[in-house]
Design a protein around this ligand. Structure first.
Ligand SMILES: *[C@@H]1O[C@H](CO)[C@@H](O)[C@H](O)[C@H]1NC(C)=O
Ligand SMILES: *[C@@H]1O[C@H](CO)[C@@H](O)[C@H](O)[C@H]1NC(C)=O
Ligand SMILES: *[C@@H]1O[C@H](CO)[C@@H](O)[C@H](O)[C@H]1NC(C)=O
Ligand SMILES: *[C@@H]1O[C@H](CO)[C@@H](O)[C@H](O)[C@H]1NC(C)=O
Ligand SMILES: *[C@@H]1O[C@H](CO)[C@@H](O)[C@H](O)[C@H]1NC(C)=O
Ligand SMILES: *[C@@H]1O[C@H](CO)[C@@H](O)[C@H](O)[C@H]1NC(C)=O
Ligand SMILES: *[C@@H]1O[C@H](CO)[C@@H](O)[C@H](O)[C@H]1NC(C)=O
Ligand SMILES: *[C@@H]1O[C@H](CO)[C@@H](O)[C@H](O)[C@H]1NC(C)=O
Ligand SMILES: *[C@@H]1O[C@H](CO)[C@@H](O)[C@H](O)[C@H]1NC(C)=O
Length: 805
């Protein structure tokens, strides 16, 4: 397809001139039909050419030796010469002049009034340059008068001070290089954007430049993004160009149909790595004012929240150009009332609308304030690489991407902001009401039975603990011998196995006195000596907190290393969270309590204990629940133990679980408090939604739990992320707050995440929260996808990666 377009776009030249190659054009040696001028690297060639054996001849530059001929510049675009005695000469004052046979002037480049003589040369970049003979100054160059083609290092530019401008103008047709309908230019606004005009109307818009890409093309891949560069000198000048690092031939062409295409030579063909508009959504204003283009085939538009189509009939017919209008008019008078009468609604994955205004403000809050306090401000966005943009007129030419893009905050009347959430909640409640009534009684009975049962057991347990002398806050360790443990666990029988954790299998055991224990049989790959191991255990056992699983003792015999923990009656959180029946047992208040408990445990590990342990493998299955459903973190300190030995082997071991690992930990192995915070954020979102992070790894449209959370938070403050099964028990403001905290915790940059102290305070107070930015969603290539699938099918086991040094 593209290949045929390439063939079509590029020109066939059947007239073969016998060619004498020239070094330069001087007053003595003009260039006549049949002669050519080459660049010294042999890439470009200048001469007379014609289309399809036509009589009309043009002076142009093309890629030397490429057939069919690709013309990149034409001098006499509008006035071809027909005479074969035509020639191109240069005057003493530096003008290039094209004469038709009978010495009638057809085209002139313009030059200076005085000069000491000059000559014209074709540079290695494909630029025809006229230089002053003595000083060597450039008098004129073909890059100044662009045609339909941009070559590497030939910029589009504007300069308000000198009034100079370089733009692309399309050809009328394949065979007619005279200026067509389309023009591509960069705008003098700040930040600049690339705009293609069809006559006097806008046809394509790149979106403001945010280094290193245009915001309208969020998924510009590296190979594409890297060659473009934009320089802008505030209010005076700007230039846009591209470089090709590889020595392949390339060009950017504005075709007669108005399409901007980047061509790159690959073997004997031309590739088109970039094309704009790439689809119907990218055509300027496809959805009219306040309309969002959401899909291209077929073209589909939707209105912003709080807006309705101007003409429903036209929209139904697929005529989207009318756009949308406000359902509720804004009520905005001056300063004081504006705050309560309206507010901002975030819309994610957006190509920023046209007619933006740059506001130099340092942060997103200042940006919000500057928009809030001006009634004519309709929307704002805080874009990385740019900063604060505000909109004071109808929002137009907006796309919503399925991934990437910017977060746009649009001003809405308060009634529009609040109303919908309530409606949604009511709708959700009504839908689940019947289900709830059915399940409610059953759950209640089950719960009461459970409470009784738990109370009984815990009484026994504490009695046993005293008898055995394991007082809760004694830091001394018990050393068990192997026989005791083997008996207790029924010789590590499969029926006693509780699970497979990151560092080995866990077995349930029952000591002779009836006390139940959990035994972790460490995988022998830890490779630590007995002495070091003991030291580590002693240290870890000193970590005692209400929200940490307590170590009762250990057992070392030969290669076997066992850790003995208190047994948790309710096992781990994932038993409840991901079980279709048990999930209703943990309603929102319990979940909120669990979330806070985990944060307390984490704060103790990070700050309050003397050891300052980074957990590094925080996940649902490492959160155990005691009889009162209090959360207890397990497996803390183990990563530390393992890493300790691996360091000496000059390898660094990444211990963690896919999906929970922060980007910096997963890729570079560097961990900190903030990498645990990231895992906590994922955990938090799982607890709210009742969905596994792993479930989404190959989910529909490649969406992840994080992107669902983000969308939900943007759409309605996160409230509908909550597990529908427990929706009735929810406190909307707490849920919304927790979703926001979760999103803040999974920020790509560690600096964007709170520290643990701040985290706990966010969870336990109602102070103002920072606004999260959109989390980065990893785009899986096909290979990575299958890799992660393999890893995930190993039952969510901890992933250990050895990174060579
Ligand atoms: C050249 O002429 C042929 C036949 O007349 C036509 O099909 C072709 O499109 C022409 N090529 C160009 C570049 O116009
Ligand atoms: C340049 O020189 C030509 C003759 O060589 C003359 O006709 C023309 O007016 C000069 N142009 C300027 C700008 O002086
Ligand atoms: C011509 O050459 C002289 C020196 O030889 C120089 O001073 C002058 O600037 C030159 N004229 C132009 C137009 O460059
Ligand atoms: C300088 O310009 C004159 C007039 O165009 C030309 O005759 C001469 O060859 C040039 N000198 C050089 C060194 O190119
Ligand atoms: C460009 O504008 C003309 C008239 O203004 C219109 O007929 C034509 O369809 C437009 N072209 C494109 C590609 O939109
Ligand atoms: C550009 O802006 C600065 C102040 O920001 C001003 O001093 C200068 O005159 C402006 N220049 C132009 C060409 O408008
Ligand atoms: C599309 O709708 C607008 C108003 O929304 C109307 O002015 C225009 O004529 C319609 N165009 C077509 C092709 O129906
Ligand atoms: C609005 O109030 C803020 C402080 O609340 C003040 O900074 C700002 O200047 C006021 N703007 C107007 C237009 O009164
Ligand atoms: C609000 O924004 C408009 C448009 O940019 C501007 O003309 C006006 O001065 C602003 N008003 C205030 C109070 O800042």
């Amino acid at each position: 397809m593209e290949k045929s377009i390439v063939l079509f776009v590029y020109l066939f030249l059947f007239t073969i001139f016998s060619s004498f190659s020239f070094a330069e054009i001087t007053t003595e040696s003009p260039l006549s039909v049949g002669q050519t001028l080459s660049s010294s690297n042999g890439v470009y060639e200048l001469g007379f050419f014609s289309f399809n054996n036509s009589q009309n001849k043009y002076v142009g530059i093309w890629f030397k030796g490429i057939i069919p001929k690709v013309v990149v510049w034409v001098a006499n675009r509008e006035s071809p010469v027909v005479d074969s005695s035509a020639y191109l000469s240069i005057t003493i004052n530096g003008s290039l002049l094209l004469f038709n046979g009978k010495d009638s002037l057809v085209w002139s480049s313009g030059g200076t009034s005085t000069s000491n003589g000059s000559r014209a040369k074709l540079s290695d970049k494909g630029n025809l340059i006229v230089t002053e003979n003595v000083s060597g100054n450039t008098i004129w160059e073909s890059f100044e008068e662009l045609g339909d083609t941009l070559l590497p290092s030939s910029p589009l530019m504007y300069n308000l001070a000198t009034g100079k401008k370089r733009v692309l103008t399309s050809w009328k047709s394949q065979n007619d290089p005279s200026p067509g309908n389309f023009l591509a230019q960069i705008t003098p606004q700040e930040p600049s954007q690339l705009i293609t005009m069809n006559g006097s109307t806008r046809y394509y818009r790149s979106g403001p430049w945010a280094y290193p890409k245009f915001t309208g093309t969020p998924l510009m891949d590296d190979t594409l993004a890297s060659p473009f560069s934009f320089q802008q000198d505030a209010n005076v000048s700007g230039s846009f160009s591209y470089e090709d690092r590889s020595s392949q031939l390339s060009s950017v062409v504005l075709t007669p149909e108005g399409s901007l295409k980047r061509f790159r030579r690959s073997g004997a063909d031309w590739e088109v790595p970039f094309k704009a508009p790439a689809n119907l959504c990218e055509v300027y204003g496809a959805c009219g004012p306040f309309g969002l283009c959401v899909s291209s085939v077929p073209l589909k538009c939707k209105c912003f929240k709080g807006f309705v189509p101007k003409s429903t009939d036209e929209w139904r017919k697929g005529n989207w150009t009318g756009g949308c209008g406000r359902r509720t008019e804004l009520f905005c008078h001056g300063n004081s009332t504006s705050k309560s009468a309206n507010g901002f609604h975030p819309v994610p994955n957006i190509k920023p609308p046209d007619f933006y205004k740059f506001v130099s403000s340092v942060d997103i809050e200042a940006c919000r304030q500057s928009c809030l306090h001006n009634c004519s401000c309709l929307a704002f966005a805080y874009i990385s690489g740019i900063g604060c943009l505000v909109w004071n007129q109808e929002l137009i030419d907006i796309m919503q991407f399925s991934e990437g893009g910017e977060l746009l905050f649009i001003r809405l009347a308060s009634s529009e902001l609040g109303g919908n959430i309530n409606k949604k909640i009511i709708a959700a409640s009504v839908v689940s009401l019947s289900l709830f009534v059915l399940l409610c009684s059953a759950a209640f009975c089950f719960w009461r039975y459970r409470l009784k049962h738990i109370a009984m057991i815990s009484k026994e347990a504490s009695r046993d603990a005293w008898r055995k002398g394991l007082k809760p806050h004694v830091s001394g360790l018990n050393f068990f011998d192997m026989n005791t443990i083997q008996t207790a666990t029924n010789n590590f029988s499969l029926s006693n196995k509780l699970g497979q954790g990151g560092f080995g299998s866990v077995y349930k055991g029952k000591l002779q006195d009836g006390k139940e224990i959990a035994v972790k049989r460490l995988s022998s790959s830890s490779g630590q000596g007995k002495e070091e191991f003991m030291n580590e255990i002693v240290l870890i056992s000193k970590l005692q907190h209400n929200n940490l699983v307590r170590i009762l003792g250990c057992c070392i015999e030969g290669e076997e290393k066992l850790l003995i923990y208190e047994f948790m009656l309710n096992k781990s959180l994932d038993n409840f969270l991901f079980d279709s029946r048990k999930r209703i047992e943990i309603g929102w208040p319990k979940r909120f309590n669990i979330i806070q408990g985990i944060a307390r445990g984490l704060l103790y590990l990070h700050r309050d204990s003397r050891l300052r342990v980074i957990h590094r493998d925080l996940k649902v299955s490492n959160i155990l629940l005691d009889e009162k459903m209090n959360p207890k973190i397990s497996d803390f300190g183990l990563a530390r133990m393992y890493q300790g030995t691996e360091y000496q082997n000059n390898t660094r071991r990444v211990v963690g679980t896919l999906g929970y690992m922060s980007p910096e930990y997963a890729w570079t192995g560097t961990f900190s408090e903030k990498s645990d915070i990231y895992s906590f954020g994922v955990l938090l979102l799982e607890i709210i939604s009742g969905e596994k992070i792993s479930r989404f790894i190959n989910g529909e449209e490649g969406k992840t739990l994080l992107s669902y959370a983000w969308e939900s938070w943007c759409e309605n403050g996160g409230i509908d992320l909550l597990d529908q099964d427990v929706a009735d028990s929810c406190n909307p403001s707490e849920v919304g707050r927790c979703v926001q905290i979760g999103l803040i915790c999974v920020q790509h940059q560690p600096a964007g995440r709170p520290n643990t102290l701040a985290l706990l305070s966010m969870l336990t107070t109602t102070s103002d929260l920072p606004l999260p930015t959109q989390p980065t969603f990893v785009v899986h290539s096909r290979d990575e996808e299958s890799m992660s699938k393999d890893l995930m099918t190993v039952n969510e086991m901890t992933l250990s990666v050895i990174l060579g040094r």
